[in-house]
Design a protein around this ligand. Structure first.
Ligand code: SF4
Length: 299
C-alpha cells in the first residue's frame, strides 16, 4: 500500500493564529475569569476538548446572541469564524473582556460586504445555513439574502439595480462559480466577489489535481465545512472516505487499495493525520493511538 500526503493539509494559518491568540490569553492573568468561548473555536472536537482541559468554558446555543445571554462576567473569546457587530456590542455592553480570534480572511469578507452595502448594492451571500461564519455575515444587515443551494434561486426577488454575490470562505470554489453562473441568468448585471480563502482553495485544488489514486482519505470533523467540501471533491475523483481520527479507520478494510492519497481539512490537527499515516504504514492490522490533548493544538 502506497500512501501519499497531499499538500497543503491540516491547520490553516487562520486556525494556527486563533490557537496562538487563545493560548496567549490563557497565559495573561489580567483577563477576567471565567473565560468563555462563543461556540467551538473550530469544528474539531479534539481541539475543543484540548481547550476545555485548559479551563475554557465552551458556550452552546442557537446563536451567538443566545450564547451571550448565558453569561454576565468574565472574558469571552470570539472564534475564528467571526461575529457580527451586534454580538460584539452586546459583549462590550455586558462589560466582558474580549479575545478576538477571528480569522483575517473572515474579517476581510465582513469589510467587503459592509463596503458594498454602503455603495448601494443588493447583497447575496452563498453560505451554509446555521454555520457560525454565515451567522456573523447575516448579522451585518437584514438586507443580505442568504443562498444555501440552487433551490433558493427560485424565490429571489426581481431586481435591476446593482447586485453582488459573495460567499462563505470555506465553500467549494467550483460551486461558487456554478451558483454565480445560474444567478447570471436571473440578474445579468450580477457581480461576483469570490471570498474563498486561500487555504480552502489550495486544499481543494490539491484534491482536484490528485490523479491515479484508488482511495482518498479525508481527515476532519463531520461538522467542518471545508472538510465536507474536500470529501465531495474527492468523491468526484475516486472512492473517498472521511474519518475524524484513527479510531474511525479501525473497522474499514483497506486491503484492496494500493494507492491511497490522504488530506485533511483546515481545522484538522496535523498530529491526527500523521498518526493515521504512521499506522497505515507500520501497524496495518493493529492501529495504536498515542496522541494526548496537547498534541491536538500543534499546527
Ligand atoms: S479556513 Fe480560511 S477563513 Fe477559515 S480560519 Fe482557515 S484561513 Fe481563515
Amino acid at each position: 500500500m502506497e500512501i501519499t500526503k497531499l499538500t497543503p493539509r491540516g491547520f490553516c494559518k487562520g486556525v494556527v493564529n486563533a490557537i496562538h491568540i487563545i493560548n496567549k490569553a490563557l497565559e495573561n492573568n489580567t483577563y477576567k475569569k471565567p473565560i468563555y468561548m462563543l461556540g467551538n473555536i473550530v469544528h474539531n472536537k479534539n481541539v475543543v476538548e484540548a481547550f476545555k482541559s485548559k479551563g475554557i468554558i465552551i458556550l452552546d446555543g442557537e446563536s451567538r446572541v443566545e450564547m451571550l445571554k448565558k453569561i454576565n462576567e468574565g472574558t469571552v473569546i470570539f472564534t475564528a469564524h467571526g461575529v457580527s457587530d451586534a454580538v460584539r456590542n452586546i459583549a462590550t455592553m455586558k462589560g466582558l473582556d474580549i479575545v478576538d480570534a477571528t480569522c483575517k480572511d473572515v474579517k476581510k469578507t465582513h469589510d467587503v460586504i459592509k463596503e458594498k452595502l454602503l455603495e448601494g448594492y443588493l447583497l447575496l451571500f452563498y453560505g451554509k445555513e446555521n454555520h457560525p461564519e454565515t451567522e456573523g455575515i447575516i448579522g451585518i444587515s437584514d438586507e443580505i439574502i442568504l443562498i444555501t443551494d440552487k433551490t433558493d434561486l427560485s424565490t429571489l426577488p426581481k431586481y435591476s439595480g446593482k447586485i453582488i454575490i459573495t460567499n462563505q470562505t470555506t465553500m467549494s470554489f467550483l460551486d461558487v462559480i456554478k451558483i454565480y453562473n445560474k444567478l447570471k441568468e436571473i440578474y445579468p448585471q450580477l457581480e461576483l466577489v469570490d471570498e474563498i480563502c486561500n487555504a480552502t482553495r489550495r486544499r481543494q485544488e490539491a484534491v482536484i489535481n490528485a490523479e491515479g489514486y484508488d482511495l482518498i482519505i479525508v481527515v476532519g470533523d463531520k461538522l467542518s465545512n471545508n472538510t465536507k467540501m474536500l470529501k465531495e471533491l474527492a468523491s468526484n475523483k475516486t472512492k473517498a472516505i472521511q474519518v475524524e481520527t484513527l479510531n474511525d479507520l479501525k473497522n474499514i478494510d483497506l486491503s484492496n487499495f494500493n494507492k491511497i492519497a490522504i488530506t485533511a481539512g483546515a481545522s484538522t490537527p496535523k498530529s491526527i493525520l500523521e498518526e493515521i499515516v504512521f499506522n497505515l504504514e507500520h501497524n496495518t492490522n493493529n492501529y495504536i493511538s498515542r496522541l494526548n490533548l496537547d498534541d491536538y493544538l500543534k499546527g
